[in-house]
Design a protein around this ligand. Sequence first.
Ligand code: IYR
Length: 225
Amino acid sequence: MQPHEHRPLTDFIEFPETEMQARADEFLATSKRRRSIRSFSDRPVAKELIATCIKAAGTAPSGANHQPWHFVAIESAQIKKQIREQAEQLERSFYEGRAGQEWLDALKPLGTDSQKPYLEHAPWLIAVFSQKKGGIHSEDKGTNYYVHESVGLATGFLIQALHRSGLATLTHTPKPMSFLTDICGRDRDNERPYMLIIAGYPGEDATIPEHALQKKSLDEIATFL
Ligand code: IYR
């Protein structure tokens, strides 16, 4: 097949309009139940489920379809321990001053601190990396476009896939995240850690901050012209 060839769209599914609204309502209801949590059970989760969610993430749109992302799924207790140690060290300096007062005040309603036991308790950590160079084939070394946008979209797909599969998640971005490059054995020149996703079942003592339940209204987040 020539790369510029097109084929007819055959897998678009058209639903009756009433069903479309019901499907949107259902998706909204499901999305409203997605929560970031900070206590995870150590109950195991099958590797195949995580692999399937990563495949779903890989369907996200990307600049020139270069798919400038790589997901490192970690279940090794030893690697999780290393990540926890390094992340907590960075978080300690963050909470002890690097953050600045305004940032610390913004975080108060979440009740977070430098302790990250869930980095060891949760069955899976997924480190998301973005790639500067690449292409449609993973060995390509051309320019990637809209890398941040593309990887953000794929990460969103991943979080939704995990949520809809019945897992809870947390997004985590210890600053700077470069230690993940070494721990995960990724290419320092071409890849940058984008985000760490913690995935698993909620711990029995999992809570959600009231602050996180306040979502902006449609009027606040949208304008229809
Ligand atoms: N990375 C820190 C701080 C933190 C920052 C933001 I912005 C959050 O929404 C939540 C936490 C931590 O994980 O504690």
